[in-house]
Design a protein around this ligand. Structure first.
Ligand code: 1SD
Ligand code: ZN
Length: 270
């Protein structure tokens, strides 16, 4: 078939730049967060607290695009504002997750060189300035992604609603409607201290359009819940192919950190 990017040795992150030149830019994500380097920019960030609103009814569909699981929302009544987002209002488009093959890796961002077992991304777009998600995705201030690190511990109730549905989207291109409300705000940590910097999508085409906001506190999910993520397939139903690496399961779907370069890393809260 035609060339498709993925996380394998053949078509993985180091090869993306050949087809997606933006991946070679100087505003790429993820990065390693050097906590000592974070500037606590009190006035600018804490004067406008980060605010979000996510009605549980906004989570509409669960999909397997072949490289993660993703919940698409209808955006209705969702909102992210404040913090580094200036005076603009962002809407939640979708949320998805990255994870490893074992509990010691899986996050995209690292903190002082340490990886977490996974990283949840809530992808928002700037509705103050742009008309569609696609238009926003091309603009330097078009997207805002909230990142939450996942650590292995006790099972997470809200994450369990997703984990219980994953067997219904086990193969690439599978998609189901969500009937039981899933509240993404319950997937966020209790404390909202965060790091923020300007970066990119971590998947091709790696547009440099993202204001990253990474929570300092992680959430806990169980080893069993992560194993359910690790059982998703990279290939469509009926296309069983033994030549796939790792039997074609979705694991290690994270891009390794890229240089922060001369970008500013700011922090707010603890
Ligand atoms: O990995 C996601 C990708 O699936 C897609 O959702 C994209 C937004 O169009 O965002 C990236 S990421 O940068 O949020 N990882
Ligand atoms: Zn992501």
């Amino acid at each position: 078939g035609f060339w498709e990017w993925d996380y394998s040795s053949r078509n993985g992150p180091s090869t993306w730049v050949e087809k997606f030149p933006m991946a070679a830019g100087s505003r790429q994500s993820p990065v390693n967060i050097e906590t000592d380097r974070a500037e606590s920019d009190h006035e600018a960030l804490s004067s406008k607290p980060l605010r979000w609103k996510y009605p549980a009814t906004a989570s509409r569909k669960l999909l397997n695009p072949g490289y993660c699981w993703r919940v698409d929302t209808d955006g209705e009544g969702t909102l992210l504002s404040g913090g580094p987002l200036m005076d603009d209002i962002y809407k939640l488009e979708q949320y998805h997750c990255h994870w490893g093959c074992s509990d010691s890796r899986g996050s995209e961002h690292t903190v002082d060189g340490q990886a977490f077992a996974g990283e949840l991304h809530l992808v928002h777009w700037n509705t103050t300035k742009y008309k569609t998600f696609a238009e926003a995705a091309k603009a330097p201030d078009g997207l805002a992604v909230l990142g939450v690190f996942l650590k292995v511990g006790k099972p997470h109730d809200e994450m369990d609603k997703i984990a219980r549905l994953l067997p219904y989207v086990s193969h690439k291109e599978d998609c189901i409607e969500i009937n039981e409300p899933i509240d993404p705000s319950k997937l966020l940590p209790d404390d909202n201290g965060y790091w923020t910097y300007l970066g990119s999508l971590t998947t091709p085409p790696c547009n440099e359009s993202v204001t990253w906001i990474l929570f300092k506190r992680y959430i806990e999910v169980s080893h069993h819940q992560l194993n359910i993520f690790r059982n998703l397939r990279k290939f469509p139903r009926g296309e069983e192919c033994p030549c796939h690496e790792n039997h074609g399961v979705v694991i290690n779907n994270f891009r390794p950190p890229l240089p922060l370069g001369n970008r500013v890393l700011r922090e707010c809260g603890s």
